[in-house]
Design a protein. Structure first.
Length: 278
């Protein structure tokens, strides 16, 4: 059940698309939309210890306040247009940490795509994985290109019988309940890792049946010469899917999260919204 949706709000170029997507989901699920503003708060001191003149600092602070007010007005206007209840907050702190913290009392966090490229957002591209892995909530990542007012009618679900995939299966329940069709994609089914798991044939279909979901179309693909990420994107395109569901694989190296190749490809090249779970 999705009853509260957290949304990353900022003045970056991706804000309009992700707000449209989040508002559409809030309307679909009759949920409240929680706008979490993360702006680039000016600091009074430069890194080398040189003090910013007071008049310059006041000007920077004024610009920050104006950007925040404008973002708030636009967010609340879009929520009203969508006919969904909304609340606004603008906490201080590290933007990635702030988003993760304020997502924890919601059912879903909506952010924008960020690969390795430079971005006009205050959220550095490499922090996307950190937000997904530390929020404790499923995170919907919206592509930078295109608009997605309706999400989840045709779902591609990435299934390898692993822990992350099982977590994603549970987190995607609100979407699976409403989906018209689901494709369950398993990559490299003859791999040593999958053979070791000694899975039971038909188990996933039985799970879907028990929960009243649409019967999944089970599909397998080999990734040789294509790669896992591209195989997922190709399958989503072939079936006209408007949502991809997958577990995010990775590990922490101090404060930096290191992702697997499929996750990196999806974040860099996604063509449909992706619901990530960890």
């Amino acid at each position: 059940m999705i009853k509260r949706i957290a949304l990353h709000v900022e003045k970056d170029s991706g804000c309009k698309a992700r707000t449209l997507a989040a508002a559409g989901l809030a309307r679909q699920f009759e949920a409240e939309l929680v706008g979490v503003y993360v702006g680039d708060m000016p600091l009074q001191y430069f890194a080398d210890g040189v003090t910013v003149p007071d008049n310059v600092y006041r000007m920077l602070l004024r610009d920050y306040d104006e950007a925040r007010r404008q973002a708030q007005d636009e967010f609340l206007a879009q929520a009203r247009h969508a006919g969904v209840p909304a609340q606004w907050r603008a906490p201080e702190g590290n933007p990635a940490d702030v988003l993760a913290v304020h997502a924890r009392c919601t059912d879903l966090l909506v952010i924008s795509q960020a690969g390795e490229q430079l971005s006009d957002s205050v959220i550095a591209p490499h922090l996307t994985a950190s937000i997904i892995m530390t929020s404790g909530r499923p995170v919907l990542v919206v592509p930078n290109a295109g608009e997605f007012p309706r999400i989840g009618r045709r779902i591609l679900f990435c299934w390898d019988h692993g822990r992350e995939a099982a977590r994603a299966l549970a987190d995607a329940a609100p979407f699976l309940t409403r989906a018209e069709s689901v494709v369950a994609l398993t990559l490299d089914p003859s791999s040593v890792e999958l053979r070791r798991r000694q899975t039971v044939e038909g188990d996933l279909q039985a799970y879907f049946l028990a929960h009243g979901y649409a019967a999944p179309k089970v599909e397998t693909r080999d990734t040789q010469g294509v790669g896992m990420g591209n195989s997922i994107l190709n399958a989503a395109a072939d079936h006209g899917c408007d949502l991809i569901v997958m577990g995010l694989y990775g590990h922490s190296r101090a404060r930096e999260w290191v992702m697997g190749g499929a996750s990196r490809t999806m974040l860099a090249s996604m063509t449909a919204p992706v619901l990530f779970s960890h």
